[in-house]
Design a binder for this molecule. Structure first.
Ligand code: ATP
Length: 241
C-alpha cells in the first residue's frame, strides 16, 4: 500500500464517552489531506491518537510500520509530527531556543541545516530569533510552532487548526506555507474549522461529524458538494465566493 499514514477503524474514548468512532483515513506521500468538521466533532482527538498521545483502538501504520505501542516521541523519530492547537511553545525562551528544541533528536549538523531552512521559510522568525516566544503575535506563534516541528524533519506534518484566531492575511500566509511544504515533499494532515481555506489547499478531504467520517473525496469536489456548501461554507456561496 502506498499510503504514508493509514489510520484504520480508530476509536477513542474519554472514559465511557466515545469521541472518535471507527475512523479510517490515509495520507499519501506529498499529499495535503484535510479533515473538516464542527466544534467537538473529534478532530483534535483523532490527531492526538494518531500521534500516540491518547490510547485508541484500531490501527495506525506509518510507512508500512505498525505504530501500536510506539511512544509519541519515537513516532517523531520516524517522521511524524503534530503541531497542536495550543501551539505549546516555551514562552520564557527565545524563538531560536524553541526551534533548537524541535531539532534535538537529529544530529547537530542536520539541526543547523534545518534552522537555516526554517529561517528561509519564515523570515519573520529570523528577524525575531532573540525575542521571547511569549511575546510573539498569534501568527508568529503559529509560525514558530510549525517551524519547531519542521526542525525534526517530518515526513508527515499534522496541523491542528493552524488558522485559529488569526487575521485573514496571516491565514493566507500560513496556507501558502502549507502548500510550499507539500512542494518540498512534506505530506500534511490538516484539521480545520476554516473549511474554505482548507478545501482550497487540500488534495483530498474528509468530513467528520460526531466522531465519524460522514463524507470524503477530492477536496475540489467536496467544495462544490451542496451538503458541504450549506453546512461548512455558508449558504449561497461557492468555493470562490
Ligand atoms: P474543536 O474544533 O472544537 O477543537 P474537535 O473536532 O477537535 O473540536 P475534540 O476536541 O476532538 O473535537 O473533541 C471531541 C469530543 O471529545 C468533544 O465532545 C469533547 O468535549 C470531548 N473531549 C475532548 N477532550 C476531552 C477530555 N480530555 N476529556 C473528556 N472529553 C473530552
Amino acid at each position: 500500500m502506498s499510503a504514508l499514514i493509514a489510520i484504520e477503524q480508530l476509536s477513542v474514548a474519554y472514559g465511557r464517552v466515545e469521541a472518535v468512532t471507527d475512523v479510517s483515513l490515509t495520507v499519501a506521500p506529498g499529499e495535503i489531506v484535510t479533515v473538516i468538521g464542527a466544534n467537538g466533532a473529534g478532530k483534535s482527538t483523532l490527531l492526538n491518537a494518531a500521534m500516540g498521545l491518547l490510547p485508541a483502538r484500531g490501527r495506525v501504520t506509518f510507512d508500512g510500520r505498525d505504530l501500536i505501542g510506539v511512544e509519541a516521541e519515537d513516532r517523531v523519530g520516524l517522521g511524524l509530527c503534530l503541531v497542536a492547537e495550543k501551539r505549546e511553545l516555551f514562552g520564557a525562551m527565545t524563538v531560536e531556543d524553541n526551534l533548537r528544541l524541535g531539532g534535538f533528536r537529529v544530529t547537530r549538523e542536520a539541526a543547523a541545516e534545518s534552522l537555516i531552512e526554517v529561517f528561509q521559510r519564515f523570515p519573520r522568525l529570523e528577524e525575531r530569533r532573540g525575542q521571547l516566544a511569549g511575546t510573539l503575535s498569534g501568527g508568529e506563534r503559529q509560525m514558530l510552532a510549525m517551524g519547531r516541528a519542521l526542525m525534526a524533519r517530518p515526513r508527515l506534518l499534522m496541523l491542528d487548526e493552524p488558522s485559529l484566531g488569526l487575521a485573514p492575511k496571516i491565514v493566507a500566509d500560513i496556507f501558502r506555507i502549507i502548500t510550499d511544504l507539500r512542494a518540498a515533499g512534506v505530506a500534511i494532515l490538516l484539521v480545520e474549522q476554516n473549511a474554505r481555506a482548507a478545501l482550497n489547499a487540500a488534495d483530498r478531504a474528509y468530513v467528520m461529524e460526531l466522531g465519524r467520517i460522514s463524507l470524503d473525496g477530492p477536496a475540489a469536489e467536496l467544495a462544490r458538494d451542496p451538503r458541504i456548501v450549506e453546512s461548512y461554507l455558508g449558504l449561497g456561496r461557492t468555493e470562490t465566493g
